[in-house]
Design a protein around this ligand. Structure first.
Ligand code: NDP
Length: 481
């Protein structure tokens, strides 16, 4: 059976414990590879390697970093097909999606930060009247930790690593134990690209063992984390008293607000995507759909019929729309929320059950796209993150009413607004408590823009120069003339 290895000090190696965890293929329910069950000793080696590599790496010119990172881009693009296949098998997502979204975006992340590093500039302040000039140095922090989740494995892993390396930091990184394979393949590409030993170190294993050892390590100066809000809380409890820099991208319960004057066909097609892409396992998926009452019945009929016609199938088949749920525990969590929705009085309009496939996927974890109505905005189903192919629909009458529903949750990651009324679009966008507002679109991402959440969806912003700044410390130098 394929055995994944850690990547420490430029070499692939087994965990010091020599213990391994099972890695499942969610479409078949079978164990198909083994993951290092690393512990704090592996983290210690990785931090040591990163620390050793830091002086030389932080002294490389932006052009040198650009050249190496662009080699990685070329290798990811060369291996697009095999990486997409690996991501699909490991995560359960349709291979067709991994091919056009996950893997191209991993390449884009490296390309974006390879070039960004060459365009940074620091401020200077002329202290007129004092015959002095101040300038700002932005120096790489040192060893930093990057921890990523299972929903967009290589996409989110590289979104953290690329800016950290481009900024001149050295990295200890942990992918989710649930989806480790493409991070492992990336470590092989780093060796092929000639990334100097120790610049990136990847330690596989569980959050409580590897993740928390990274967070608690005194030499790790910053933690960039994407994952659940509860895990974010645990990380903050350890890191905050150590005064580490923290970037936390956490959960969401995103509203879709649909006004009756919208471009109906475009809204409908996009709302299907924003509800069920990647099995609804994208932090930016809209899971609470509010529809202005005059259009509610029409929307309900069309949306339910399109959701019901999505093909839940083998992720490796070209026409599959909805693949497997990433793990058995997550499958059970989503199914438990279907029960909660029923207990709360919700009506299941379509789905609501496990999807039973045949052949090699007979024992896989599949759930039918599920649409529920009849629930109040403040019930558990409409307040808690489910993170699956599971949405609720609700009518509304006024702008103020829908804003109060939308903003009623503890989260504030993203929102979508559908209307042809320009003034209303801007007015509603300004009042939404949400880090991103998409008007008449969804998941249109420009990597230069700030990305992150309000409220319990996190702290800090990723994207653009913001992330390069996160991985550096500012120093003001004041020179008296
Ligand atoms: P988790 O919070 O369970 O895990 C995220 C990562 O943290 C994993 O690598 C996990 O390891 C690790 N981890 C777990 N416990 C600890 C700990 N105590 N200390 C340090 N690291 C730890 O999230 P999921 O993987 O379940 O991902 C789904 C969540 O991610 C959803 O809530 C979703 O909304 C959120 N998310 C947010 C995004 C955003 O940009 N805001 C984007 C994508 C997802 P292991 O897997 O081994 O447990």
């Amino acid at each position: 059976m394929k055995q994944i290895e850690n990547y420490i000090g430029g070499e692939l190696m087994p965990p010091l414990s020599d213990d391994y965890l099972d890695n499942f293929n969610p479409a078949t329910g079978e164990v198909y590879s083994l993951i290092p069950d690393s512990d704090e000793r592996d983290v210690e080696s990785a931090v040591e390697a990163a620390k050793t590599a830091f002086p030389a790496w932080s002294a490389t010119s932006p052009e040198e970093r650009f050249t190496i990172l662009m080699r990685l881009v070329a290798l990811i693009e060369r291996d697009l097909e095999s990486l997409a296949l690996a991501e699909s098998i490991d995560q359960g997502k349709p291979v067709s999606l991994a091919r056009v979204m996950d893997i191209p975006r991993a390449a884009s992340n490296f390309r974006f930060y390879a070039t960004a590093a060459m365009h940074t500039a620091n401020e200077s302040h002329d202290s007129v009247g004092h015959s002095a000039i101040n300038y700002t140095l932005r120096q790489p922090l040192g060893v930093v930790g990057c921890i990523s989740p299972w929903n967009l494995p290589l996409y989110l892993f590289t979104w953290k690593i690329a800016p950290a390396i481009a900024a001149g930091c050295t990295v200890v990184a942990k992918p989710s134990e649930v989806t480790p394979v493409t991070a492992y393949l990336l470590s092989k590409l780093c060796i092929e690209a000639g990334l100097p030993a120790g610049v990136l170190n990847i330690v596989h294993g569980t959050g409580p063992k590897v993740g928390s050892a990274m967070v608690a390590h005194p030499e790790v100066k910053a933690i960039s984390f994407t994952g659940g809000t509860k895990t974010g809380e645990e990380i903050a409890q350890i890191a905050a008293p150590m005064f580490k820099k923290l970037s936390l991208e956490l959960g969401g319960k995103n509203p879709n607000i649909i006004f009756a004057d919208c471009n109906y066909e475009e809204m409908l097609a996009t709302t299907i995507r924003s509800s069920f892409s990647n099995q609804g396992e994208i932090c930016l998926c809209g899971s609470r759909i509010f529809v202005e009452r005059p259009m509610y019945e029409q929307f309900k009929g069309d949306f339910v019929s399109r959701a019901a016609s999505l093909k839940v199938g083998d992720p490796l088949e070209a026409d599959t729309n909805v693949g497997a749920i990433v793990s058995k525990p997550h499958f059970d969590k989503i199914m438990s929320y279907i029960e909660i929705a029923k207990e709360e009085g919700g009506t299941i309009l379509t789905g609501g059950k496990q999807a039973h496939l045949t052949g090699r996927c007979a024992d896989g974890w599949f759930i039918q796209p599920t649409v529920i109505e009849g629930l109040p905005f403040d019930c558990r189903t409409n307040q808690e993150e489910v993170f699956g192919p599971f949405v609720t629909i609700m009518p509304f009458d006024t702008e103020d009413e829908v804003l109060s529903y939308a903003n009623s949750v503890r989260y504030g990651l993203s929102a979508t607004v559908w209307t042809e009324n320009l003034s209303r679009a801007h007015r509603v966008a300004a009042k939404l408590e949400s880090g991103i507002v998409w008007i008449n679109c969804w998941l249109l991402r420009d990597l230069r823009t700030p990305f992150g959440g309000f409220k319990d969806s996190g702290i800090g912003r990723e994207g653009g120069f913001e992330t390069l700044r996160f991985f550096t410390e500012e120093k003001n130098v004041c020179v008296k003339m």
